[in-house]
Design a protein around this ligand. Structure first.
Ligand code: ATP
Ligand code: MG
Length: 406
């Protein structure tokens, strides 16, 4: 508000623009406020000397106000798009032309917070009212300019619970294959936003129906009934769900037919996942089958899984993919039972103990420690003395007899 006020008092046009206007009209809390203005970047900088230039060629300046960063962008028209990603040039223009270069009518509104008015050059208010997601201008041309807008359409339609207008939808289906030309980073960022939002099931349904998933997915898509199962899996996840967890739901039907252990790395490359996301994906994909067969697992295996920081995600995934409520209850009862005692107690036997028994660190050494810890988790040792006795036995059983000294 203060930014708009300052610019207006200096004689410029200045409005809130895009997503924040849409969200306020819909009674949602805007994530951030963007300002569009007739002031050129150097004029914005003159009034806000501490502002940061983020994309002066595109006319964008970042002004910080009470901890929030407000993007102040000069009204502009985009020039030619040569690469399906970015305009080769921009020219500073008017509010009306600035509205026209935006992607969807619901994102093309301005609000003058001082006068309390809405400026609508694109029919955005009526479309918001009708819950309709419509490209501004000719959809085919707009998606050819910037292919990423097709994914944005899915994201907004799902998130806002809008229907995609017929010619916009048809243009997406026709141009879907072009998504393959968008950078992996941008695809990954959009997919992260799409799949971490509670509307992920509808979004995935739209991605499949429009053919947008296939160009950015390395595996063949499954038959319709498997896709339906996958969607219900996605729909069963908790509202607050991280990227790795949602992605696992999208992948786990495939993991029976493809090499599950290569999937996390493949996804990391494809959608530029972080190291943490990739590790989480690996954990969830590899441990889900273990949890699904929990009745035949040894206690130590289950306790190790439950002690992991991602256990709640894994359980959420199991619940989402298990239609049988009794099976879920049974597992939950078992989890409660196992969690009654500490899931990850300090080991009673350590490497130092094995060294004191004359052993040297190595693969065998590690395997012994692991087995001793498994036995500890299975309550086989009343105390450390019992654990050390077991360690000595293990070492003796497996150590080759010393050659006789000559
Ligand atoms: P969110 O709440 O997710 O931030 P938003 O509508 O603010 O949604 P942003 O990606 O932050 O979306 O972009 C701000 C505005 O810039 C949009 O509302 C839209 O008007 C315009 N915009 C962003 N990306 C594009 C694009 N690829 N093509 C055309 N206009 C775009
Ligand atoms: Mg925004």
């Amino acid at each position: 508000m203060a930014v708009v006020d300052t610019l207006q008092k200096a004689g410029f046009e200045a409005y809130f623009a895009g997503g924040c206007v849409r969200d306020e009209l819909m009674g949602l809390a805007p994530q951030d406020y963007d300002v569009a203005t007739s002031a050129h970047p150097e004029e914005v900088l003159r009034h806000f000397p501490k502002a940061q230039k983020v994309g002066v060629t595109f006319g964008v300046v970042l002004v910080r106000r009470r901890g929030a960063a407000i993007e102040v962008a000069t009204f502009r028209s985009d020039g030619q798009y040569d690469d399906g990603r970015r305009p080769t040039s921009v020219t500073f223009s008017s509010a009306q032309l600035d509205a026209q270069r935006r992607d969807f009518t619901c994102n093309g509104l301005f609000c003058d917070p001082i006068r309390g008015t809405i400026l609508d050059f694109v029919g955005g208010r009526a479309d918001i009212q009708a819950r309709c997601l419509r490209a501004i201008g000719d959809p085919a041309r707009r998606f050819a300019e910037d292919h990423l807008r097709m994914l944005r359409a899915i994201r907004f339609a799902a998130r806002l619970n809008f229907q995609i207008e017929t010619s916009t939808l048809a243009a997406i289906s026709r141009h879907a294959a072009a998504l393959a030309h968008i950078s992996r980073e941008r695809i990954g960022q959009e997919m992260r936003m799409i799949l971490t939002h509670p509307s992920r099931r509808r979004a995935a349904q739209l991605l499949l129906a429009t053919g947008l998933l296939q160009p950015v997915w390395p595996w063949p898509l499954e038959p319709a009934h498997v896709q339906a199962a996958k969607l219900s899996w996605l729909g069963g996840l908790p509202e607050q769900t991280g990227f790795a967890l949602a992605l696992t739901a999208l992948l786990c039907d495939l993991s029976s037919t493809h090499k599950a252990h290569t999937m996390p790395e493949a996804m990391q490359k494809l959608w530029v996942l972080s190291t943490q996301e990739t590790a989480d994906l690996r954990f969830l994909l590899s441990q889900l089958p273990v949890l699904q067969n929990w009745k035949s697992q040894r206690v130590a295996v289950l306790k190790r899984i439950l002690a992991d920081s991602r256990a709640q995600d894994l359980l959420a995934l199991y619940r989402a993919g298990t239609p049988d409520a009794n099976a879920i209850q049974e597992l939950e009862a078992r989890v409660r039972e196992l969690s009654a005692a500490p899931l990850a107690p300090d080991p009673l036997v350590t490497g130092d103990d094995l060294i004191a028994m004359g052993q040297r660190p190595g693969p065998k050494f590690r395997a012994w420690l692991e087995e001793l810890y498994n036995q500890q988790l299975e309550n086989q040792f009343p105390d450390r003395t019992a654990a050390l006795t077991a360690a000595r036995q293990l070492v003796q059983q497996h150590s080759p007899p010393r050659p006789h000294e000559r």
